[in-house]
Design a binder for this molecule. Structure first.
Ligand code: ZN
Length: 188
């Protein structure tokens, strides 16, 4: 049982790390048990995701190298489809799909990524309940994108070297000019 403290509503919007921060390249640890501190961190992740705005966020993106992700692919009906997953794994994958992806940790860049068309993901809720999710379309893609984060993989790593180098050059140019890349709307 979780006792919600009075500060439960005061979620903190965390800073999102961006490429090439080394934490994003690390494989995250399995969560051995879910305690109150982790539950509060997961709620901070949800607030941070909505504020960004993004449809998903993985713990390494806020500098926490643990296997936790949050997703909500429907911002028009915020919270109804909210998923908070601890130790998620892709148990089955099927088919193939190309999706134009962006990432809150990869500024000013989107690219088509090849993913499984459908996935079956197993994991745990913050309440310690085991769940299974069958997903396709945006949710299927977002789950694969977030679980990639837990393995230290960015969508950039799934592109051709040519496209990746193109992005690196563009980022260097933006940094030389001292410009902040423009934010994009749909990020996962
Ligand atoms: Zn991402």
């Amino acid at each position: 049982m979780w006792i919600r403290s009075a500060c439960y509503e005061n979620h903190v919007i965390r800073r999102i790390l961006t490429y090439p921060d080394p934490v994003l390249k690390q494989a995250a640890r399995e969560v051995p048990n879910i305690d109150g501190a982790l539950v509060r961190t997961i709620d901070d992740m949800v607030e941070t995701m909505y504020a960004a705005p993004g449809v998903g966020l993985a713990a390494p993106q806020i500098g926490l190298s643990e296997r936790v992700i949050v997703l909500d692919v429907d911002h028009d009906d915020r919270g109804t489809h909210l998923l908070k997953l601890v130790n998620p794994v892709i148990a089955e994958r099927d088919g193939e799909i190309l999706w134009e992806e962006g990432c809150l940790s990869v500024r000013d860049f989107t690219a088509e990524v090849r993913r499984a068309a459908r996935v079956l993901v197993k994991g745990w809720t913050p309440e310690g309940k085991e769940i299974e999710i069958e997903a396709d379309d945006l949710l299927g893609v977002a789950l694969q994108h977030e679980i990639d984060h837990l393995d230290g993989t960015l969508f950039l790593d799934r592109l051709s070297r040519l496209k990746r180098d193109l992005y690196k050059r563009r980022l260097k140019k933006l940094e030389r000019e001292g410009r902040e890349p423009a934010p994009r709307r749909v990020m996962i």
